[in-house]
Design a protein around this ligand. Structure first.
Ligand SMILES: Nc1nc2c(ncn2[C@@H]2O[C@H](COP(=O)(O)OP(=O)(O)OP(=O)(O)O)[C@@H](O)[C@H]2O)c(=O)[nH]1
Ligand SMILES: Nc1nc2c(ncn2[C@@H]2O[C@H](COP(=O)(O)OP(=O)(O)OP(=O)(O)O)[C@@H](O)[C@H]2O)c(=O)[nH]1
Ligand SMILES: [Mg+2]
Ligand SMILES: [Mg+2]
Lengths: 292, 278
């Protein structure tokens, strides 16, 4: 990983008492490559490397650490700090129900994550209601109903032909009437550049005033993560991000990109297809994963 | 090298940035930039205006080498196995391909071999209804290889032209799921030795460098004849396919450009190369 490459880089340079600008420039090339290979966005990498560079120049090489270790330590600290301020907690409304909206691109894992959140909240003693507001994808409502059935969580759905905004807004009083204190709205996957569908989300937001709008992002997303996150955040204002499919070997650089451009906390990670596979986000673990 | 042809470092940096931002990846980008520097040296590039066309041509050439035609059976059903990680668009792509071949008057059958995910079978059945293709299915939770087997027998018996086998999304690092895929492949092959005639790896255009690992590990479970690159209607460019073609000789055969039944196009390398720079 990066550690080995930095060791190799510094082997070529003479030992100094401090890291010179030349030492650091060489090392930053390696850091930049490692981050790009990990799918961190090009522009985010540029800014990040600049910060690390400033911190690294003139650093004392302590007897206990090699120059490579000094740089790795700085990179790790900066990455962790950038992705941190971890709030793996949802904003719970003081007046129930708490309304959560799942949004994101097609196939990111919204429906599955909606189920996972429902299960997690149920284990905390809450009474969730899943809302089937994806009226487009074939068998999307059925998918959520099957998940609800597996978890013994009620699913609110309306007859085909009903628009998503109506489904979402009628779900809230339904929740109150049926003693549900958390409403989790599963929305259809959509492109951030589809104005009509982004407007649908804005309308849902206006009607249900959610405490949480969660952007669901696939951990294998590449450079495009920045465009998606910026757009969704700009249109809706995001409260949190869920990074899915982290049980694979994707380095997950999208996590850094999304955090860097939106400032939005990554609250949870999806670690598998099973409905129990939801974990809190740990910035330090993510940092070492990104660095490989 | 710089100083030739009025091309400065900034211009080359800009090109490199465009490639990286298109998910071409560090390694393939370096290869391409090396080709550009060679092109400048060899006077194939003589002005800044020559840069983009040169790169487009280079990328186009990388993407069209070899025979990338869709392989059909000489007789009996053509079997197309559709594989890939979770959520990339396998089931939807099968729906689109079903419509495409139905449009040619072909008899199409679909095998619902994703027996795991909630409502996966229902989803494929809807595509079957929409496109006039019979769907072979078993119970949820049943053995996917058994579904594939039944479907191949049914396809043979009923004079089906094209059989699509839909599989569950699976991350390439899950060895038990890769073994399951090998079994599905074997079962199909045992019934029809040349089958699957096409094994399509579906890749999502928003995917970054992990697509290389996907192509690599999936091809170890089942030899891949082509890639379907989906969701190109978004802002992602899908540049990873250049490296995949260069390193693994996997051609892109189709692109997905939307969620509707006719949002599928044959892959055209020239269009793809051009779109990288837009
Ligand atoms: N391995 C793994 N698979 C996941 C994870 N989260 C979701 N999936 C799978 O990813 C695929 C897509 O999940 P969905 O929940 O249908 O995604 P979606 O965002 O609702 O999709 P659309 O509604 O079509 O936009 C399914 O096969 C899920 O089982 C995860 O954390 N790990
Ligand atoms: N915009 C866009 N969306 C697409 C495209 N292809 C598929 N989708 C959408 O992507 C989502 C996932 O598609 P599926 O066909 O369920 O994907 P899959 O690979 O079968 O998913 P799993 O079986 O869960 O692994 C759906 O919302 C599709 O409508 C495409 O080319 N463009
Ligand atoms: Mg969904
Ligand atoms: Mg599917």
């Amino acid at each position: 990983g990066l550690a080995d490459r930095l060791q190799a880089t510094f082997k070529k340079l003479r030992g100094h008492g401090r890291l010179t600008e030349d030492d650091v420039n060489e090392a930053m090339r390696e850091v930049r490559m490692a981050l790009l290979e990990a799918d961190v966005n090009f522009k985010v990498v540029k800014d990040f490397v600049k910060r690390v560079q400033e911190r690294a120049i003139g650093q004392d090489i302590l007897a206990t650490l090699t120059p490579a270790q000094v740089v790795i330590k700085i990179v790790n600290e900066e990455l962790t700090a950038l992705m941190g301020g971890s709030q793996s907690r949802l904003n719970i409304s003081s007046v129930p129900p708490t309304v959560i909206m799942m949004v994101g691109l097609q196939g990111a894992g919204k429906t599955t994550t909606a189920g996972k959140l429902g299960l997690a909240l149920k284990k905390q003693g809450k009474h969730p209601l899943l809302v089937a507001a994806d009226i487009y994808r074939p068998a999307a409502v059925k998918q959520l109903q099957v998940i609800g059935g597996q978890l013994d969580i009620p699913v609110y759905a309306m007859k085909p032909g009903t628009d998503a905004v109506t489904i979402a807004k009628t779900a809230v009083p339904y929740a109150t009437a049926h003693a549900a204190d958390v409403v989790i709205i599963d929305t259809a996957g959509r492109l951030h550049i589809n104005e009509e569908l982004m407007q649908e989300l804005k309308s849902i937001k206006a009607e249900v005033k959610p405490q949480e709008i969660l952007l669901v992002v696939d951990a294998m997303t590449g450079q495009d993560a920045v465009n998606v996150a910026e757009s969704f955040n700009g249109d809706l204002g995001l409260d949190g991000v869920v990074l899915t499919k982290l049980d694979g070997d994707a380095r997950g650089g999208a996590a850094l990109s999304v955090k860097a451009v939106t400032g939005c906390p990554i609250k949870f990670v999806g670690m598998g297809e099973k409905l129990e596979a939801l974990e809190p986000f740990y910035p330090d673990r993510m940092a070492s994963r990104i660095l490989g | 090298v710089l100083g030739y042809a009025d091309i400065d470092d900034d211009l080359l940096d800009e090109l490199e940035e465009t490639l990286i931002m298109a998910d071409v990846g560090v390694k393939t980008t370096e290869k391409l930039m090396q080709a550009v520097r060679q092109g400048i040296k060899q006077k194939k590039i003589n002005s800044p205006d020559d840069l983009k066309p040169f790169l487009e041509q280079t990328i186009r050439d990388m993407l069209v080498s070899g025979t990338d035609e869709v392989r059909l059976a000489a007789q009996g059903p053509t079997v197309m196995l559709v594989i890939g990680v979770n959520g990339v668009g396998k089931t939807t792509t099968i729906g689109k391909l079903s419509a495409y071949y139905r449009g040619q008057g072909k008899k199409v059958m679909l095998a619902a071999a994703d027996t795991f995910r909630a409502a996966a079978i229902d989803q494929l059945e809807i595509w079957g209804q929409r496109t006039g293709a019979e769907v072979i299915r078993h119970e949820e939770g049943s053995d996917p290889a058994a579904v594939a087997y039944d479907a191949v027998l049914a396809a043979k018996a009923r004079g089906v032209d094209i059989l699509f086998v839909d599989t569950a999304g699976r991350l390439q690092t899950k060895s038990n799921l890769m073994e399951e895929l090998k079994k599905i492949n074997r079962v199909i092959q045992r019934e029809i030795p040349e089958a699957p005639h096409e094994t399509l790896l579906v890749l999502d255009a928003t995917t970054g460098q992990n697509a290389i690992s996907q192509a690599d590990l999936f091809s170890q479970a089942a030899p891949i004849s082509g890639v379907v690159l989906t969701k190109l209607d978004g802002t992602a460019k899908g540049g990873v396919v250049i490296g995949i073609k260069a390193e693994l000789s996997m051609p892109v055969k189709w692109i997905g450009v939307g969620e509707a039944v006719d949002d599928l196009r044959p892959f055209v390398a020239a269009d793809f190369a051009k779109a990288l720079f837009e």
